[in-house]
Write a protein that binds this ligand. Sequence first.
Ligand SMILES: Cc1cc2nc3c(=O)[nH]c(=O)nc-3n(C[C@H](O)[C@H](O)[C@H](O)COP(=O)(O)OP(=O)(O)OC[C@H]3O[C@@H](n4cnc5c(N)ncnc54)[C@H](O)[C@@H]3O)c2cc1C
Length: 335
Amino acid sequence: MGLAEARRSRNDKAFRDVSEQQAARDRTTPASVLPMDDTEMKPAPFEYIAATSTAEAAQALAAANGDGKIIAGGQSLMPMINFRLVKPAVLIDINRIAGLDRIEKLGERLRFGATVRHRMTATDALVSRHLPILHDAMHHVAHLTVRNRGTFCGSVCHADPAAEMPMMTLLLDGSITALSIRGERQIAASDFFIGSLTTALEPDEFVTSIDIDTLPPETGWGFEEFSRRHGDFALACVATTLRVVDGVARDVRFGMMGVGETPLRLPEIETLIEGEALSEALLQDVSEALKGLLHPNTDIHASADYRRHLAGALARRALRDAWRRATLCKDRTDG
Ligand SMILES: Cc1cc2nc3c(=O)[nH]c(=O)nc-3n(C[C@H](O)[C@H](O)[C@H](O)COP(=O)(O)OP(=O)(O)OC[C@H]3O[C@@H](n4cnc5c(N)ncnc54)[C@H](O)[C@@H]3O)c2cc1C
């Protein structure tokens, strides 16, 4: 028997086995357990438009009259459509629009186009050079297959409170460019995240790019995330950046995710640290302050108390890292 024949025969057998197993299952499974007939798909029916320009996408979204959805990587949207948690009448695919797949440096900001994949963010030289904190954060995002398709902007638009990109956008004073047939507008990250999976985007608007700050030289950073398994969404996460000037912390930023309905930027913690030298007493104060500030949920993954405890522990680690890196940078520059 030739190789091709052997393969065909194996495949025929595998097919027969599966068919026989299916037939056996059909004989024993009551019809009510199989709600869909063979012609039915998992998602509810929808119209599909592959836009080739931002203007075409904006037109299609407006024409959908509130019943349209943009699809970028599809990594969050498709599961929701397949479970019929969302039933858009029209899916508008932006993947064929030229020019949206770039990361660019514009002055002291990095711009992420709407189809920049997680994989690109994780491997881009501009990101690793100017935003090492984001480069580090990407190690925690999902798995290779998801990173190959999922997009930076898609993640921000999805607005999962335990996802890395929304938190980094908030931490780094991001600005979201939204487009509709009415024109373009900028939305500050601080105004963008309204609630879990809810943003300030109008139904006829979509995001074409997101700009975030780069980190000036001599900035130290710390990123600490805890999840049960690698690639899972975070139970809690702290991201912080600071400089050390004359022995005290300056330009402190402190953000968290996984502990609220949206990603959080915590000015109260930033003020606590600003102008202070890092010490065990300061870390203890931060830990205590977080307990009062955070109101996380209890769910099947962790209790609210556990998340609050995690927040304190992660904050200590992240701040120590940021301080150490800032001091090292400064020593290098001074030396
Ligand atoms: C197994 C698994 C593990 C994951 N783990 C993580 C993780 O650890 N961390 C993490 O951050 N994410 C994780 N994700 C989510 C992943 O990062 C998604 O890629 C991301 O949340 C959505 O990006 P997307 O491009 O796939 O968007 P889509 O799924 O295409 O869209 C998501 C939502 O955003 C909207 N949208 C997308 N792009 C735009 C736009 N340009 N303008 C307006 N609306 C838009 C869509 O209409 C939809 O409502 C995981 C996903 C899976 C399947």
